[in-house]
Design a binder for this molecule. Sequence first.
Ligand code: AMP
Ligand code: MG
Length: 403
Amino acid sequence: MITVTEAIQIVKQQTPTLSPELVKLEDALDRFLAEAVIADSDLPPFDRSQMDGYAVRAADTHDAPVRLLIVGESVAGAGWHYELLAGQAVRIMTGAPVPKGADSVQQVELTRELNEGATVEILRSADLGKSIVGRSSEIRAGEMVLREGERINAAMMALLASFGYAQVSVGREPRVAVLATGSELVSVDRRPGQDQIRDSNNYSIGAYAALAGAIVELMPLAGDDPGLLKRQITAAAERSDVVVTSGGVSMGVYDFTKTVLKELGGEIFFERVALRPGKPTVFARLPNGVLVFGLPGNPVSVSVTFNLFARTSLLAMQGAQEPALEQEIAILERSVKGAVDRESYLPGQIRTGEAGHLLAQPLKWGGSSDLVAFARATGLIRVPAGVATVEIGSTVRVVRLPS
Ligand code: AMP
Ligand code: MG
């Protein structure tokens, strides 16, 4: 059995980066940059006023109140392109260029126009540089603004727009086929008969995959028929980058997923991870290069193993700088038990306490089939292998579940 860390390492090593594609800026949100973003101009491109008011020479205002002659107006988009001399002021608007010769902007609230706008009285002295954002003080042309592999958020959209990225090179979205095994399963639109349950894994996997940036296809249920499973995996692999199955990877008589993957010529990278829940997780590659994650069937195991392994792969495919879930430190709010030989990832609620640090409240749950309790989880609490009990008040590592 390999450790979770080793398994994540193998996933990163075996996952290829998909070739980038150009998308329109408006479609770039949440995508991963496949190029560094470079400023094509200084920002601001000129000394810019931060206020509505009067551009002045600060020295002229030292003995305020003082009266200055209004010689012009600088508006956003149409500046006043002469030199301001001693004793003069230019009416200026927020975002407008500060004229040469001016070194301060006094805000309009601290001024009063006289003589039908010919003169302004500056009521209070203005410090040198007041309300002026200097040219290139935010960034200089040619500097790198964003690195390859960063995920584009809303604030970054503004950066990209400011530097002329009408199109952006981003990692391609992986196509993911999701396939549930199990002859006890019926689809969501059917009432389960005796001994049957509705398939829920396809929907949680599909949702987590979509959160990881994938284009998702749910395949028809595969039952526990190795022939059908083989045909389904083959069909899925023809039109996707990754296939994620659930169920059929344990030691039961009807657990056929691994056998089928081997018969299809798949290379199995791992099939057992020292993880609770989620030990029988399979990671393989088919001869055509398609990656397969064979997740266990239990709904909680599915969420844990998807987010530790399959999500990492989907983000790595898109060129993410750090594809694995980030670990944070939290204080445990109730004692939990670990496992002798496996690392545990236990469902919990993560919140920020009054003192500002993270708190982790383990869920009361009925084990890895308890999807009802798990629906309230916001994160997973990690307990190292071999630790019998982690006491309340101890620090633990947690990861947040994507939502
Ligand atoms: P398995 O790994 O196939 O032995 O399945 C383990 C448990 O998970 C069994 O109780 C299954 O009924 C349940 N299970 C498997 N697949 C699904 C699914 N798609 N939706 C809900 N439960 C499932
Ligand atoms: Mg099964």
